[in-house]
Design a protein around this ligand. Structure first.
Ligand code: AMP
Ligand code: MG
Length: 333
């Protein structure tokens, strides 16, 4: 942005699933604060939407307090309030939206609706310096391959069933690890030595993981856990890399960006970096700090959206639990 422009500060609220996060971003100084608390499901269970929403409601005050405090001083100047409008779990989304509406109304500030997945992309794009990447978005809620074209993020490939995050979390649960299980599976996989044959399903630009999950569960007690984790990663990531490679050739993009919670995985980064290099494309990944759900993905995207005139009336700001990424016009790209 131009140096002559006045600094804008945005408050962003994230509450789509397991995490309640609040952050303040500056148009000139980047992310100023980023505070969050994460709901942990009971051992062996997935996210219970109402319990997660209750968790979020119970931490609102402390998370807000932290996010509005910078170096011991209260941040008073806020220009816009953004919130994750979807996609996500209804009760969780509504908790975040209510907080956002309340603050916006009380302070007479514009309310900015943000698509959660676009938040994942923009927070990673900010530090990556990539301008027009093919994006691989992998998290608990998403597994898709998307690129910007004609004013919107278009889906080129996706999972035909469960997401990559679900695959890892559901397998982790099956072997008694607490959710989210991705990081623990990555650690176990590093100790794997033997490849266990599991179904590799990749069609067109799409992947499918539910057959892999079922087959992997059947190998528990027959193979070493480390070997199964290693093999799940190799098979699931290879399918995704193959789908990404096809899309890269098709779209002729020169950059690849890995975003979402699973972007923290070193093996996946390594495989995508190698594929990108073979095609002469630059590769970057969301940083560890901002790969998983956080307020910063919303506060930063709020800056971009607000500067482009995006805003919504309080009365029409209902959440959209099944909001598709290719339904969102992007005036700032
Ligand atoms: P998000 O919904 O974007 O916060 O992403 C959460 C998902 O990322 C969960 O499915 C986690 O298991 C997964 N995840 C987090 N860290 C890792 C990791 N190091 N390796 C694989 N998956 C991970
Ligand atoms: Mg997410």
């Amino acid at each position: 942005m131009k140096d002559t422009e006045e600094e804008i500060l945005a408050l962003g609220i994230e509450s789509t699933a397991h995490t309640f996060g609040v952050s303040v971003a500056s148009s000139k100084r980047g992310i100023l604060t980023d505070s969050k608390r994460t709901y942990v499901p009971q051992l062996g269970k997935g996210i219970h939407p109402r319990e997660a929403a209750q968790h979020h409601a119970s931490v609102v005050a402390e998370v807000l307090e932290e996010a509005l405090t910078l170096e011991g001083e209260r941040i008073e100047k806020i220009d816009a309030v953004g919130f994750s409008r979807g996609p996500g779990l209804g009760p969780c989304l509504r908790t975040g939206a209510t907080v956002a509406r309340t603050i916006a109304k009380y302070r007479s500030l514009p309310l900015i609706p943000i698509h959660h997945a676009i938040g994942h992309i923009e927070i990673a794009a900010r530090t990556s310096k990539l301008e027009d990447p093919l994006v691989i978005l992998v998290s608990g809620g998403h597994t898709c391959i998307t690129a910007f074209s004609g004013g919107k993020w278009r889906i080129f490939g996706e999972t035909e069933d469960i997401t990559l995050g679900n695959l890892l979390d559901m397998f982790a649960r099956e072997i008694g690890l607490s959710s989210p299980g991705g990081p623990a599976i990555e650690e176990l996989a590093k100790k794997g030595q033997r490849f266990v044959n599991l179904p590799y399903i990749q069609k067109g630009n799409d992947v499918s993981y539910s057959g892999l999950l079922t087959a992997a569960k059947r190998t528990i007690n027959k193979e070493a856990i480390e070997d199964i984790c290693y093999s799940i990663q190799e098979v699931a990531f290879s399918a995704l890399v193959e789908a990404s490679e096809r899309t890269l050739s098709h779209t002729e993009k020169k950059e690849v960006l890995l975003v979402g919670g699973v972007a923290a995985n070193r093996r996946l980064r390594e495989m995508l970096a190698k594929m990108s290099e073979e095609h002469g494309a630059s590769f970057s990944s969301a940083s560890d700090r901002y790969s998983g759900d956080c307020g910063a993905q919303i506060s930063w995207t709020t800056i971009l959206a607000y500067r482009s005139g995006v805003a919504i009336g309080y009365e029409e700001s209902q959440v959209i639990p099944k909001w598709r990424i290719d339904d969102v016009p992007i005036p700032w790209r």
